[in-house]
Design a protein around this ligand. Sequence first.
Ligand code: CDP
Length: 794
Amino acid sequence: TVSEHAPNPAAGDPSRPIGFGRIQRKEDPRFVRGRGNYVDDIVLPGMLHGAILRAPVAHARLLSIDASEALAHPKVVAVITGKDLEALNLAWAPTLSADVQAVLVTDKVRFQGQEVAFVVAEDRYAARDALELINVDYEFLPPVIDARKALDDGAPVIRDDLPGRTDNHIFDWEAGDAAETDAIFASADVVVAQELVYPRVHPAPMETCGAVADYDTVDGRLTLYETTQAPHAHRTLYAMVAGIPEHKIRVVSPDIGGGFGNKVGIYPGYILAVVGSIVTGKPVKWVEDRSENLMSTSFARDYIMQGEIAATKEGRILALRTNVLADHGAFNATAQPTKNPAGFFHIFTGSYDLAAAHCKVTGVYTNKAPGGVAYACSFRVTEAVYLVERMVDILARKLEMDPAELRLKNFIKPEQFPYANKTGWVYDSGNYEPAMRLSMEMAGYDELRREQKEKRERGELMGIGISFFTETVGAGPRKHFDIVGLGMADGAELRIHPTGKAVVRISVQSQGQGHETTFAQIVAEELGIPPEDIDVVHGDTDQTPFGLGTYGSRSTPVSGGAVAMVSRKVRDKARFIAAAMLETRAEDLEWEKGRWFVKGDPSAGKTISEIALGAHGTLTLPDGVDGNLDAEVTYDPPNLTFPFGAYICVVDIDPGTGHVKVRRFIAVDDCGTRINPMIIEGQVHGGLTDGVGMALMEMISFDEDGNCLSGSFMDYLIPTAMEVPDWETGFTVTPSPHHPIGAKGIGESATVGSPPAVVNAIVDALAPYGVTHMDMPCTPARVWEAMQGRTRPP
Ligand code: CDP
């Protein structure tokens, strides 16, 4: 276990620990003073501005484009069309899922908002104005909008660009043992089934996507400032696709205003900015607006899940099975590890010790924006947790059992870890019951149930919803996980300057998670250098080691491991240098945080700072020890980490309007060793807000023609402080046995775990009306509708 407030003896100030603890974020002074440097803040000499003409309909053949009027605009420098890109062999780009995606339409529009042409002009306004001067002829085609109809006989074939394509099927994928699962279902006392729709939602980061491309025509060097969560992966892919040598490409991801999975993929806009810069010989900036972000960049979820759960009448859960229809939009651009077309969905057995499980996922194309990103989750874990946590609640209702009691009865027991579930995962560590009990204690669970009973008697609608989740984060071991063939290990480089100050360069990159603080804290914990003396460099491929980027809460599990290992490498090296300085043998030295000292003689020792100076001094160093205190590592994690949590949500529903008020939310999280509890709480608060948003109001919807009905924040509602309660957070600590510091990821736990808690609470509140399920988002209209025609029992 870890002390939450490890004192800082050097500073004499317990609020400033050396290492893990609640310290203020080092990056905040620049953010709160408005001194962040985002992509749109970048202004280069002679910079031009790009704008994208987008398709007005969901499905249409492109007949012709006439850009002559736009080109005649006095401020327009270039207009790029699909034909121009074809000539450069850049009209199609590979997606992260072995498909291709049109950069600009050459043959057919496949979703509303698709990229049709790119205008480069002297300013943003002229570029936008000129879009209206481009004349495009389309032949409209019937669209496929409903995923359930995508595989119908005679459904229009969306991807006729792919040779031999006669339908809209992408993949079938399964996990678990179907026969074993079916056999258990056939003889189970109780079986309940439910269709669950996880609607299409959008990560909607505060900052939209954008790029500034600067191609130097003299030395062939491309500098690309991008809103990306994965600068190294982008650079490698640009080199592979565009043929620019990799060492001539520099991708910089400066301050990023939220990613949540939205900034993992390579969007046409980024590529168009590069082409625009090559064509004009000037830097080109492209920054999308909110509607473009919501309508054309990666969505998340869009899973239609048929769930079934089998149990004994005493409430022992035996098996779970599901069939899923996954809507991937017009191109399979979902960002998943190669072997996992449905991501980590097969962790859908959750926190329970089951005898069997089976899932099958079928991916289909529709005329909607491509994507399927891990919006604040590790590759489809959100869908998986929603499925199991709703099914367990539905079962509890059927068995007339308390949902907390049912969960407690079926948890994987502490002694079963490492636990191999029925679909191929090995959970590293867990201790579920204490987390569940702590959340119940914090909530005053029994008292809440008593209050609910009284309120029901008065006709008031109060609901209590529980969700207990296990995540699988930290992709991952390179033998199992890659993206387009690139393994998912991360690097770290640590340099201790002669005066003992340090710089650590890491593979991952922050979109607001506070890495500049927490990665410094890992070095501080390992070496005893105060965190304020350690700079964290990230987000620039010229300055950092290769790695696959930040998503799926992988930074702490993978790069965090790398930083701990590199610090230990420095510590080991420091031991030899200290021994030389103290004229003793390395094995006679003992470590305490910040210094090596002679065993049995604590007064004879050298601090890391002294050793750094010694390393760079005139001392004769032992053979094989070079004169610095630097090191580098690549860390390939042996397994993922499996954080977990117990959430309890309390709602009140207005029976007259269907309005849901989230009155309380109790979140107990376990992410193993806690580096910075304040940052963890911030991550949890944000994720819980996301979860309430998805449960109550967020959905990217379409009309039957494929018009996107959620292209602005007037229509795509996101939660504000008004819709959420004061969060009540707690924690338990179950370290990961394989992670160097025992830490698991936390960034996405709350987004993953909270939606089922809210929906379970709403369905619980509506129990007197006989409601057993409701699909998200539980808007007032849907809630009100669910109550209509049903009478409350007296
Ligand atoms: O990959 P991402 O940064 O989004 O997720 P993460 O690894 O879960 O980390 C989110 C933030 O929480 C980072 O600043 C972490 O260093 C911090 N964190 C922590 O303080 N302790 C943990 N056990 C896990 C994360």
